[in-house]
Design a protein around this ligand. Structure first.
Ligand SMILES: Cc1cc2nc3c(=O)[nH]c(=O)nc-3n(C[C@H](O)[C@H](O)[C@H](O)COP(=O)(O)OP(=O)(O)OC[C@H]3O[C@@H](n4cnc5c(N)ncnc54)[C@H](O)[C@@H]3O)c2cc1C
Length: 400
């Protein structure tokens, strides 16, 4: 009988396991994959993520960092790029296989039991415990945390997640292309992340620099994207030509679903709660999911520890997580969806204005650095919307 079983050992699950085990709880962390495992991801982690790790007591060692990121290059449909530069680091790139494995090892070091190659298949919630059936046996615990990603089995079996509306599902594909490190600085600046919004419906093309490779990817709304691998190959070719890079062959393209739920699922049952992608915690505009995975794991574990130590495992007690998570990032995620809609519906206007309006860059940096308060975003949104309106009005008058 464990205090808590955590299904899924991505950043959300490992963070939860680490804090709970460190507080003396009996923790079982399980994952269907065999670790270290690959996962399609740009591997961009913001300074905000690093802050959460530090708050939990986990250092991000230098050998995990591939590149330090300081600038964001944007390009809109007019194909005129512009760069927002930050005087401070905005984040880093990591290799997800190594980063996720490192976090699992931190949880093991403080006493969590880890079982990989162990898919959770069924669960049953009783009055006094939860039983989970896996391919490696049956386990029981007081509490169960679903940290099992976008397709969350725990979310589905517990009834916390409703069936997906295909109109609201995003998809992202990524490919890791090896390049010679000698190209850094001579041809490409390794501190720049590229975001190209080239008529990709509700999505974009990105390039993240790593030590000896580039992570190239495309994300957008699944229903509106056609033949994404072909789109990704075409954009990769454009990128190489534009930057005078030697042509490279594209290895295997990997992809995953991204949830774009109306609202994140932060509600709980009396014994089960969801964290990270399982709870739909993704900023659909910047593509950031790792920091919300870490933050939700952090908040969930605080509630779980309190519930177990006070022997008060009730829905009311677990709702503390719901409230804290809503306060910390629920509103932000909601706003990111509004921003995403606004930007993609007025892509031309957005790029005309963003190029001239410093506050857009500042707000973006604040989101990435975790310094934002959403009132400020809202205030700037209003300024931005007014500029956008004036711009579109001018354009219409000119065409009359
Ligand atoms: C192509 C792509 C690029 C991305 N790039 C970035 C980026 O650059 N920066 C960023 O911040 N975010 C990025 N994201 C989002 C980010 O990857 C996720 O938000 C993040 O991985 C969420 O972490 P998690 O721990 O919630 O889930 P995951 O990392 O998905 O981990 C879930 C774990 O659960 C396991 N699992 C699943 N089902 C079961 C089961 N039934 N039983 C047991 N285990 C199970 C899986 O094996 C997996 O290890 C990207 C997403 C995609 C698709």
């Amino acid at each position: 009988m464990y205090d808590v079983i955590i299904s899924g050992a991505g950043p959300a699950g490992s963070m939860t396991a680490y804090i709970c085990a460190k507080a003396g709880l009996d923790v079982l962390l399980l994952d269907k994959a065999t670790f270290p495992r690959e996962i399609p991801c740009g591997g961009g982690i913001s300074v905000r993520s690093e802050k959460v790790l530090r708050l939990a007591g986990i250092e991000l060692p230098a050998n995990q960092i591939e590149q330090e990121l300081r600038s964001l290059q944007f390009m809109g449909p007019d194909q005129k790029p512009f760069v927002f530069r930050s005087s401070k680091p905005l984040g880093y790139t990591v290799k997800r296989s190594q980063f996720d494995h490192y976090l699992v090892k931190q949880a093991i070091n403080v006493g969590a039991q880890f079982v990989d190659s162990c898919t959770l298949q069924q669960l049953e919630s009783h009055k006094d415990r939860v039983t989970v059936e896996t391919e490696r046996g049956v386990f029981e615990s007081h509490l169960l945390i679903g940290a099992d990603g976008v397709t969350s089995t725990v979310g589905r079996l517990s009834g916390l997640r409703k069936p997906l509306n295909p109109d609201r599902v995003g998809v992202a594909l990524e490919v890791d292309v090896p390049i010679s490190p000698s190209l850094w600085n001579s041809v490409l600046d390794p501190s720049i992340v590229y975001f190209w919004f080239l008529n990709i419906p509700f999505g974009y093309f990105w390039v993240f620099p790593r030590k000896d490779s580039l992570s190239l990817g495309v994300g957008g709304m699944a229903k509106q994207l056609e033949n994404v691998p072909k789109l990704l190959r075409g954009l990769a070719r454009t990128f190489t030509t534009r930057h005078g890079l030697p042509p490279f062959s594209i290895p295997k393209i990997r992809g995953r679903m991204l949830l774009a739920l109306e609202y994140p699922v932060l509600e709980t049952t009396n014994r089960i709660l969801l964290v990270g992608d399982a709870a739909g915690l993704i900023d659909i505009f910047t593509g950031q999911g790792i920091c919300y995975a870490l933050e939700s794991g952090f908040l969930a574990s605080k509630t779980v520890i309190k519930a177990v130590k006070n022997n008060r495992i009730t829905k009311k007690m677990l709702s503390e997580y719901t409230w804290n998570a809503r306060r910390c990032f629920g509103e932000e995620i909601r706003i990111s969806r509004t921003v995403n809609n606004l930007v993609h519906r007025h892509l031309h206007g957005f790029f005309q204005v963003a190029r001239r309006l410093d506050c857009i860059g500042k707000v973006l940096f604040d989101i990435i650095l975790g310094k934002t308060d959403y009132y400020r975003i809202r205030r700037n949104l209003l300024v931005f919307a007014m500029r956008l309106f004036t711009f579109e009005l001018q354009n219409r008058l000119l065409t009359l």
